[in-house]
Design a protein around this ligand. Structure first.
Ligand code: ATP
Ligand code: MG
Length: 424
């Protein structure tokens, strides 16, 4: 019978890779902790209308990327394509937004029916940050500083560029959209097919087009900056000043519009040139209108999401993963003979009890001394403990340092502190 395989674009994350994921996740968590952000966990499935109403009916995501199905009740449900909508829904539903400020984060799988390729999958993972109740540029600056601190901690700050833009107020953007459409209509025959379609459905996305003819047309297109409202302008200038004060380098990219409808004012992306076409590792912005749009009281909000797969790829590409990350075992415990076999398990338990730091792998399943030593080598452990009848008799373990090649005899009682000091 043919074997059943995983679904295209949905990856198994295997041992070896999971250590890198855990390293990334724990680094993110430690940075978020240092800014006082709290985790929220939402369901993976939501009502389809939530995404239609928030992301927008005529966005790529809603038009062609969602995994939507009817459940047994006939309700239309969707596997979440992003986290912001569900986070707003949950925060609103549980009263987290009334006259409060919130700094939240989440981590988990997202689903989009896209063409799978490097850095683009159908199940992918995001860590997202969402803040609510703060309308000034200070919180915009904070979420950007927070992400910059993360890149610094991961040792990749030099390999990512901050691109930033303002989409102005919803009113100013609507005015600009009309002006843009009017201009593009005059040049419609020079636009690529996608842009022709977007001209009618989501004109701002035309700015995103990579087509050279469309790019040519865009050179003389009206600019949002000519339509921006005073408040958004000030907000943006103050944000840039704060970034400068914090020593964060940025590039203002007037073509940066983002693919989701709910953004206003600040939008930004962290982009790398090291991953080919899928170079955006983190993206976000302000979405002041979304809470109200979903039925809540007007609540300003700003957030971002980073793509875990792309960050893992970047860490690998840049060789930025510390060696300790993929090392999972410190000590490999071998034994020869029934008595030593028993003693090995007891000793391993005693060592774990004595030191929560030690990572000990007990050899199971017997076998020759040679085959056990081979497994010890393969485990990546720095030390192998060798127990035979004599070692059990004398309560002295033979401890071999596999890196240095030296072997010492250490009393069972002294083993934990001995190994701890050698390993640190
Ligand atoms: P892109 O322009 O690459 O399609 P996007 O604008 O659709 O990205 P967002 O919705 O802003 O992406 O999601 C935030 C981040 O999540 C992206 O910057 C990226 O790192 C990651 N991401 C988005 N879609 C995918 C995917 N299909 N596979 C892997 N990562 C993804
Ligand atoms: Mg996309």
């Amino acid at each position: 019978m043919a074997r059943i395989k995983a679904i295209r674009g949905m990856n198994d994350i295997l041992p070896g890779q999971t250590q890198v994921w855990q390293y990334l996740e724990s680094t993110v968590k430690s940075v978020l902790d240092s800014y006082g952000y709290q985790q929220i966990r939402m369901p993976i499935v939501e009502q389809t209308d939530l995404f239609k109403r928030s992301i927008g009916e005529v966005t790529d995501i809603v038009e062609k990327e969602m995994y939507t199905f009817d459940d047994r009740n006939g309700d239309s449900l969707t596997l979440r394509p992003e986290g912001t909508a569900g986070c707003v829904r949950a925060a609103e539903e549980h009263g987290l937004l009334y006259n409060q400020t919130q700094r939240l984060w989440y981590n988990g799988p997202m689903f989009r029916y896209e063409r799978p390729q490097k850095g683009r999958y159908r199940q992918f993972h995001q860590i997202g940050v969402e803040t609510f109740g703060m309308n000034g540029p200070d919180i915009d600056a904070e979420v950007i500083l927070l992400s910059a601190r993360l890149w610094k901690k991961l040792g990749i700050l030099d390999s990512v560029e901050l691109q930033i833009n303002t989409l102005a107020s919803n009113e100013a953007r609507a005015e600009y959209k009309a002006a843009l459409v009017e201009y593009l209509r005059q040049h419609v025959e020079r636009l690529d097919e996608d842009s022709k379609r977007r001209l009618e459905t989501n004109p701002l996305r035309v700015l995103d087009s990579k087509d050279s003819s469309t790019q040519e047309v865009l050179k003389d297109a009206p600019s949002l900056m000519d339509h921006i409202d005073e408040e958004s302008k000030q907000h943006f200038e103050e944000l840039l000043a704060r970034l400068e004060a914090a020593g964060i380098q940025y590039v203002v990219n007037p073509k940066l519009v983002r693919g989701l409808d709910y953004y206003c004012k600040t939008v930004f992306e962290w982009v790398t040139s090291s991953l080919g076409a899928q170079g955006t590792v983190c993206a976000g912005g302000r979405y002041d209108g979304l809470v109200e749009q979903l039925g809540g009281r007007p609540t300003p909000a700003v957030g971002f999401a980073m793509g875990i797969e792309r960050l893992v790829l970047l860490l690998e590409t840049l060789d930025a993963i510390p060696g300790s990350v993929t090392q999972t075992v410190d000590v490999y415990m071998t034994s020869m003979g029934d008595a030593a076999n028993q003693a090995a398990m007891t000793l391993a338990e005693t060592l774990r009890e004595a030191s929560s730091k030690l990572r000990i792998q007990l050899h199971c399943g017997g076998g020759s001394f040679k085959s056990q030593m081979k497994k010890a080598d393969k485990s990546g452990a720095q030390f192998v403990i060798i127990l035979g009848d004599q070692e059990v008799e004398t309560q002295m373990a033979a401890v071999k340092d596999l890196k240095e090649g030296e072997q010492e005899s250490v009393a069972f009682a002294d083993l934990a502190p001995y190994l701890e000091s050698k390993l640190s």
